[in-house]
Design a binder for this molecule. Structure first.
Ligand SMILES: C[S@@+](CC[C@H](N)C(=O)[O-])C[C@H]1O[C@@H](n2cnc3c(N)ncnc32)[C@H](O)[C@@H]1O
Length: 353
């Protein structure tokens, strides 16, 4: 039935700056993809096979935030006629939910910019829902809906206000279910640092089962956004950092500050912890050496890791498979990597026993 919707084009959305290395990694000489279009944070590829919209064959890489099958590129000055064109085109397609999201306008954290919070997308969600209502169609558009596994998602990716890409995908992973691949948790009043958002996204993506009362240690904890989230979750938190903690964290009854560098803490001191978070601004090998020394010590009982690994050079993304293999060799069975929407020039490595 879906013959008219087959397309050889796919898109990959990513952080500004990641396009070049993504193109290099996906467009291998004998691989299936050729570059078709490139903007900061949004790249399309032509593959050697036209596939239907719910095909599970889509590019996969830790730097890809969102991916899908491109059905059409639309340009126009007015939203309503573009919306009509889209709804007419997909009239016969069995989509279940419509995600509308905007390509990043900057690097995460740049002058307060955070991915996934777009006034333009919210405005168009209302317009799409009004148009769907008019047609008596009960399916919904949204920019913050979380879709469950196997949902058939139609997407409108706002490349520019007057250039949109219509795409489609089945939800195969947790992050496929997030509009534009962004998990945007509510920003609490008095958020201490962006690390709050970064860790909220990391926990959600990795499904790290941190529960109230669990003992968690964070290396590189100052000023304390990540600890704020962990304390909100009811964990008992220890922060290791030579720098000062925000006083709201320092004075919290479930928080302990070890004011030192990680290497100055004796490895046996880490014995009580169930989870380890590391967000120190040091080179990848320094992070991995430090964590290896802790988790391979005989008294360690650390079940889960969430590590921020710096990418001072995008070329270092080529080392991600080596990093995953190294962490796997420490006895962690579920090891995965993703450049989170709230990561800057870094990626998140999560591991669970
Ligand atoms: C990006 S900031 C961490 C932000 C923090 N996670 C938060 O939630 O606000 C990096 C921190 O790593 C700390 N750091 C760097 N090297 C370290 C080491 N070897 N041991 C512990 N902390 C370290 C720095 O002092 C700095 O406070």
């Amino acid at each position: 039935m879906n013959q008219p919707f087959t397309s050889p084009f796919v898109y990959a959305a990513c952080q500004h700056g990641a396009e070049k290395i993504l193109k290099e990694l996906l467009c291998e000489p004998l691989g299936p993809y050729r570059l078709a279009y490139s903007q900061k944070g949004f790249v399309t590829f032509k593959s050697n096979l036209a596939t239907p919209p719910w095909s599970r064959s889509l590019p996969d890489h830790p730097l890809i935030r969102s991916r899908g099958h491109v059905l059409e590129r639309l340009e126009g000055e007015l939203a309503e006629p573009m919306i009509e064109t889209i709804l007419q085109k997909v009239g016969e397609l069995d989509w279940e939910h419509l995600h509308i999201w905007q390509r990043d306008i900057a690097q995460p954290g740049w002058h307060g910019f955070e991915p996934g919070r777009s006034a333009l997308a919210s405005f168009l969600v209302e317009k799409f829902n009004a148009a769907l209502d008019k047609r008596g169609d009960s399916r919904r558009a949204s920019s913050d809906h979380i879709a469950s596994a196997d949902t058939k998602i139609l997407e409108v990716c706002l490349d520019e206000p007057n250039r949109w890409w219509l795409a489609a995908k089945p939800v195969q992973t947790t992050e496929d279910g997030w509009a534009g691949g962004v998990y945007a948790p509510p920003i609490p009043d008095g958020m201490i640092s962006r690390a709050y958002l970064k860790l909220a996204e990391a926990i959600r993506w990795s499904e790290m089962p941190i529960k109230p009362g669990d003992r968690v240690v964070e290396i590189g904890s100052s000023p304390g956004g990540a600890c704020q989230l962990l304390l909100d979750l009811g964990a008992k938190v220890t922060g290791v950092d030579p720098a000062d903690m925000d006083e709201r964290i320092a004075n919290h009854p479930s928080f302990t500050h070890w004011r030192s560098r990680s290497l100055q803490v004796k490895r046996k001191e880490f014995a009580p912890f169930k989870y380890l978070i590391c967000d120190a601004n040091v080179a990848p090998n320094y992070t991995l050496d430090t964590i290896e020394a802790i988790v391979t010590y005989p008294t360690s009982r650390i079940e889960g890791l969430i590590l921020t690994i710096k990418l001072s050079d995008w070329e270092h993304a080529k080392l991600i498979p080596d990093h995953l293999e190294r962490v796997h060799s420490w006895g962690y069975s579920r090891v995965d990597a993703r450049q989170l929407a709230h990561n800057r020039r870094e990626y998140c490595l999560a591991a669970l026993k």
